[in-house]
Design a binder for this molecule. Structure first.
Ligand code: MCN
Length: 808
């Protein structure tokens, strides 16, 4: 049996908080990662998809005869067949928009350019692509609508006849007394703003390999969805296929950014092809397909009124928002409520009224996109604060400092019932301004302006709200069967004392193997090297809740909650076994440096010996104890559902980020560049500061790219003009400025270990860049009302001020 030795006091050290190198990286940098396109199964066929060339058209006839006769083609699939074999996907909209019939192929009509119309399975992808050219589709072109507000007009074409309206959702959020604040105000500042369409461009596009195993009746689905188990109700009800015979498997995922949440129509499509062809079928989305039809971020316009006092006090915000969700509601209208996680941004005002309309148009469906729905809202607020400062001739930094929620008010309850879990917004801004050398830069700006050179400084302060409460979809209809949030983890110490962890989170590059090892190592008193975390996700192996996945900046918080629960169960059992072996009390047992220590006597056992007893030397177990050393834990935060005024806490953590950006701008050409960029972030206690810094950089680069380069533009026919990387400009490393970052830590008051989320960053750069550009353009009196700017637009704005060509 186990031998008991005398204790030598080990050095105490916590792994949480250390910038350990990522466990994932050696395989990824050596090209050894296993992504969806690496999945190869015997007899695998390849799929290609014929897509709509029209924004809105009735499908009069489809002829697949010639395509099916092409040697190498295995089968085709059309909308009619899909409609006969499957049910429309679940909808979470309120009536009548919930009547929208969404299938994995267009049925009867197409609603956007790029909508899948016919799928082909063939021996090779090339043959499948060739077959697409042989398919004949006759369309009757219908009128289309590309603008959300127009789509609500009486003459607008209706996209989905079964719904009878393009309006998906209208809701009002009304707190305090906005009308009274208008009367009290010294001034009411007004603005019309437009937040543009863009998306994320993960290195790896969507992909699926579906295999139907006739022998067992199982559907084995290899995919790179970032919330695979969340898809199951959509797939199971849609395909009329039992969920307990669906196995969803992911490997490494090359980025997701929210976009991969709504890949379930493609998963369903490949399942149907696999069943029909009796072969495994692979589909790998190409870049054009991704840009055209995977998902876009929500486009939104705002009509804003801001009552203010002369000293810059913001009394409230009144806004009407029109959100364009494209042609289908695949995760929508969740986005129509999610912005309300952060109704006041980081500001103190109590009077707030929002009329929010979400509307369908003949454009690509939208879906979650890093900063999902909140960044649009916070961009509007951050723009509004700067417009207020400009109209009152105040410094935008001072207006922010005057209106911030103060640290001694934490936890702070927002007008809509959000409970901010800590933070010191004024101190973060002061630090950012110091890093920017703000006062000197303002002096330089003034002197350069006198010489005709334009410098602009923009500030943006946001909260990255993380760990969402699905209860927010009850605002849409109380019939939606989701609320709260939950995550699962399994921890096992095997019979040799080796530790294995399985997570329900589905990382796409965020380093979950690393952070999980750090958390578990601290709890079990071992080194992270001794903790192996399973790569990828397999529903037949990993524990999960149907809310598992990586989204909403939640995995560090939720994963840690689940891991702490599982390790607590393990520690409890280890303690009881060790106490029995060492004839002591379980309360005096401690796990440290790979040993199990009896604090009362100073004796210790190596952890592996306790594990050995737990599994295979089990005659030494306490009487009646179950063998094994495995624990699964499901963790959930305490969330509630919204009240009748839509008030409740919509997320668990609210991580502030302050960005300050300086641009110089050439008025002759409209060309501008960022000359200095500063970020102060607070995600509470950090598990791995190196990963956190990477996340802060990634989210900043993403937002800068959106503000300066990335834009989905449609022409009047509803064709996407930026459907390749020639037109959809993603930045290279040289386009992103050097980022000066500083972390500031106020632990979360509610989340495990004081951690907050960090993965989305709140979209702060969009506000910082827009504010900097408007600041630079002050001499021209130009207002920047769009979240996307490029030299051409700036040049045109300057020209429009001087139509006859004269200069200031
Ligand atoms: N972390 C930490 N300490 C904290 C908070 C986080 O060490 N206090 C680390 C953890 O390793 C954690 C990572 O930072 O996994 C990201 O934190 P978290 O906020 O928990 O975000 P998730 O892991 O849940 O990832 C989702 C988030 C989102 S919503 C988008 S969008 C996004 C993002 O992550 N997509 C990404 N970052 C991404 N990074 C990469 N490389 N690829 C994506 O697709």
């Amino acid at each position: 049996m186990a031998t008991v030795t005398e204790l030598v006091e080990p050095e105490t050290k916590l792994w949480m908080g250390q910038p350990l190198k990522r466990k994932e990286d050696p395989r990824l940098v050596q090209g050894l990662g296993k992504f969806i396109d690496d999945v190869k199964l015997p007899r695998m066929a390849f799929a290609a998809i014929l897509r709509s060339p029209y924004a809105h058209a009735r499908i009069k006839r489809i002829d697949v005869d010639k395509a099916e006769k092409l040697p190498g083609v295995i089968c085709t699939l059309t909308g009619d067949e899909v409609a006969s074999k499957t049910d429309p996907f679940l909808q979470i909209s309120p009536p009548p928009a919930n009547k929208v019939k969404d299938y994995c192929l267009a049925v009867g009509k197409v609603h956007f350019v790029g909508e899948p119309v016919v799928a082909v399975a063939a021996e090779t992808r090339a043959i499948a692509e060739d077959a697409l050219e042989l398919i004949e589709v006759e369309y009757e072109v219908l009128n289309h609508v590309l603008d959300a507000k127009e789509a609500l007009g009486p003459d607008a074409p209706i996209l989905h006849d079964e719904a009878g309206t393009n309006l998906v959702y209208h809701g009002t959020w009304d707190y305090g007394d906005i009308q009274d604040s208008m009367l009290q105000a010294h001034k009411v500042v007004r603005a019309n703003l437009h937040f543009h369409r863009f998306s994320s461009t993960p290195i790896e596009n969507n992909g699926v390999v579906a295999q139907y195993d006739k022998a067992t009746g199982f559907l084995n689905i290899f995919n790179n969805n970032q919330m695979p188990m969340f898809c199951v109700p959509w797939l199971s009800f849609g395909l009329r296929f039992p969920s307990n015979k669906m196995r969803l498997i992911t490997g490494d995922i090359g980025g997701g950014f929210g976009n991969k949440i709504i890949s379930y129509p493609y998963i369903a499509l490949m399942c149907l092809l696999a069943i029909k062809s009796e072969r495994p079928v692979k589909w790998t989305e190409d870049r054009k397909e991704h840009l055209l039809a995977a998902t876009h971020g929500n486009e939104r316009t705002f009509e804003v009124e801001i009552p203010v006092l002369k000293d810059g006090t913001v009394l409230g915000i009144k806004a009407i928002a029109y959100d364009d969700c494209g042609a289908y509601t695949r995760y929508e209208p969740a986005g129509a409520t999610i912005w309300a996680q952060v109704t006041p941004g980081v500001y103190h005002f109590k009077n707030f009224r929002m009329d929010f309309y979400q509307v369908m148009t003949n454009k690509s469906p939208v879906g979650p996109n890093r900063g999902y729905s909140r960044m649009q809202h916070m961009w509007m607020i951050e723009r509004s604060i700067d417009i207020v400062a400009k109209e009152l001739k105040l410094d935008p930094a001072d207006v922010r400092l005057k209106n911030y929620i103060q640290p001694d008010e934490m936890p702070y309850e927002t007008p809509s019932g959000g409970i901010y879990d800590g933070g010191d917004y004024p101190e973060m801004l002061r630090r950012a301004l110091k890093l920017m050398d703000y006062d000197s830069l303002r002096e330089e700006q003034a002197s350069e302006r006198r010489r005709g050179k334009l410098i602009g400084i923009g500030i943006s302060t946001v909260v990255d709200s993380g760990t969402n409460n699905f209860g927010q979809v009850k605002m849409l209809t109380d019939q939606n069967p989701f609320s709260g949030n939950s995550e699962a983890a399994r921890v096992m110490i095997d019979g040799l004392g080796q530790i294995q962890v399985a997570l329900g989170t589905v990382p796409q590059g965020q380093g979950h193997e690393t952070f999980a090892s750090q958390v578990v190592a601290d709890e079990l008193g071992v080194s992270p090297d001794q903790v192996t975390v399973l790569v990828g996700f397999d529903s037949a192996i990993n524990p999960y809740s149907h809310q598992s996945g990586s989204y909403a900046s939640r995995s560090a918080v939720m994963g840690t909650g689940a891991l702490l629960g599982a390790t607590a169960k393990i520690k409890d059992k280890v303690s009881r076994i060790a106490a029995h072996l060492m004839q002591t009390s379980a309360n005096s047992i401690e796990l440290k440096d790979g040993n199990v220590i009896d604090r009362s006597s100073g004796k210790k056992l190596p952890l592996w010996q306790v594990a050995n007893v737990a599994w295979v030397n089990n005659a030494y177990l306490p009487k009646g104890m179950e063998p094994g050393l495995v624990a699964i834990h499901f963790w959930k935060p305490d969330f509630t559902v919204p009240d009748e005024r839509k008030r409740h806490n919509q997320t668990l953590t609210y991580s502030p980020q302050t960005h300050v950006c300086a641009v110089d701008l050439d008025p002759e050409t409209g060309k501008f560049r960022i000359v200095r960029y500063v970020i102060v972030d607070d995600c509470g206690n950090q598990i791995n500061p190196m990963i956190v810094e990477g996340q802060v950089h990634g989210a900043a680069a993403h937002g800068i790219a959106a503000a300066m380069f990335e834009n989905f533009e449609y022409n009047d026919d509803g064709e996407l003009r930026s459907s390749t990387f020639v037109d959809y400009l993603i930045p290279s490393a040289v386009d992103i400025p050097n980022l000066i970052t500083q972390s500031f830590t106020t632990p979360s008051l509610f989340a495990p270990k004081g951690i907050r989320g960090v993965g989305e960053g709140g979209g702060s750069p969009l506000g910082a860049v827009a504010n900097a550009l408007e600041d630079a353009l002050t001499p021209f009196g130009i207002s920047v009302t769009d979240s996307h700017q490029n030299p051409q637009k700036i040049y045109q704005m300057i020209r429009s001020k001087y139509p006859s060509g004269e200069k200031s």
